[in-house]
Design a protein around this ligand. Structure first.
Ligand code: SF4
Length: 360
């Protein structure tokens, strides 16, 4: 089986898979949760689940930064676009459904919605057209938030403001651990996010919740090692924080990026689509930078959004309670071409990743 899965080193993968089978408990289920869209892509694309014993479940948590943007924040973007402000955003957020419209629907109605590859592109656009108002829809976890912060520190032109939808991962992991009916046994922590935040923010999981955490990289072998390391901790009854991704992640993380983020943003309670409000999980512009806040500048107000469309199970997908194939709309009413829920939009969304395996 391993040979068929295009591992860089199939022999090593085979040996790790064998070790996993040896160390896995013979009874009961072990549930390991990851919180990263790229991990889900690796796991699904390389068929990692098929290499594990049946009682070792690897589930996908809220690791897609686009999937968890609540409808109300999409609605704000749409509202702003329809008011005549040019919206700049990353391509994967374009088709995320709001309560009634996605940013792409607003574009179809004639609004000026432009895809950019970086915040710097949004700055350049605003500089080029000083007579026009622009807003950048800033979505993403700790990996992308520093690039937004850098541009804000560098004082972008006054005709550019920001709809900040950045979220931070550790508070969402805390929420998952505290969901008793989820019964998690360990976390594979996200490699990208950890390059920025380092390891310290995960310390509370083994200390306070007795929950093993292994930061893992994105090669299939990294994920297999991550699973093995968690099972080893469980077999020895020694929950701890370990770093499998030593080639990229260091204890203190990227301190410069952290400083910049802290200068520009503070954390406040934030709504996550399908998860509700998570304390201190959303980034908000600090007082010194509120002149760049699109809400204040353009008086954007949305009371409450409709996060989950009828029949959609995204609220269960983002906590790994069900698999995409268990949603009755999967690849019927909801496809990558015509997504109903947010998890089918971005290439980091669990439903979208699973859909790819059905179409390729
Ligand atoms: S398949 Fe579509 S409708 Fe179903 S949970 Fe996934 S995104 Fe939502």
């Amino acid at each position: 089986m391993v040979e068929k899965l295009r591992f860089r080193d199939p022999d090593l993968a085979k040996r790790v898979a064998e070790k996993i089978h040896k160390i896995a408990p013979k009874e009961g289920t072990v549930k390991i949760c990851h919180v990263c869209g790229t991990h889900e892509w690796t796991i699904t694309h390389y068929g990692i689940r098929s290499l594990l014993p049946e009682n070792i479940e690897v589930i996908a948590g809220p690791g897609c930064p686009v999937c968890i943007v609540p409808a109300s924040e999409i609605d704000e973007t749409v509202q702003l676009a329809l008011k005549g402000v040019a919206i700049t955003c990353f391509g994967d957020v374009l088709r995320v459904p709001g309560s009634k419209m996605s940013p792409l629907d607003a574009k179809a109605e004639g609004a000026d919605v432009r895809v950019v590859y970086s915040v710097a592109d949004a700055v350049k656009m605003a500089e080029k057209e000083p007579e026009k108002d622009f807003a950048f829809f800033a979505v993403g976890f700790e990996t992308t938030a520093p690039s937004t912060a850098v541009e804000i520190i560098n004082k972008p032109p006054e005709n550019l403001s920001f709809l900040v939808s950045h979220r931070v991962i550790p508070p969402a992991m805390k929420l998952l651990v505290e969901m008793k009916d989820l019964s998690l046994n360990g976390f594979i922590a996200p490699g990208h996010v950890s390059t920025i935040i380092g390891l310290k923010p995960y310390e509370l999981f083994p200390k306070h919740y007795k929950m093993p955490v292994v930061v893992a990289g994105f090669e299939p072998i990294d994920v297999l090692f991550g699973v093995y390391m968690i099972l080893k901790q469980l077999s020895e009854n020694k929950p701890q924080l370990e770093n499998e991704y030593v080639r990229a992640v260091h204890w203190e993380g990227n301190t410069r990026a952290q400083e910049i983020m802290q200068k520009v943003f503070g954390t406040v309670d934030g709504n996550w689509r399908g998860l509700g409000t998570i304390p201190f999980s959303k980034l908000e512009l600090n007082e010194d930078f509120t002149s760049y806040d699109a809400h204040l500048k353009h008086d954007v107000k949305v009371e409450k959004g409709v996060d989950i469309q009828k029949g959609c199970r995204c609220h269960l997908i983002v906590i790994g309670k069900i698999r995409p194939t268990e949603c009755p709309l999967f690849m019927k009413a909801c496809t990558p071409h015509k997504p109903v829920g947010a998890c089918m939009v971005s290439t980091e969304g669990t439903c979208r990743i699973w859909a790819k395996t059905q179409t390729c």
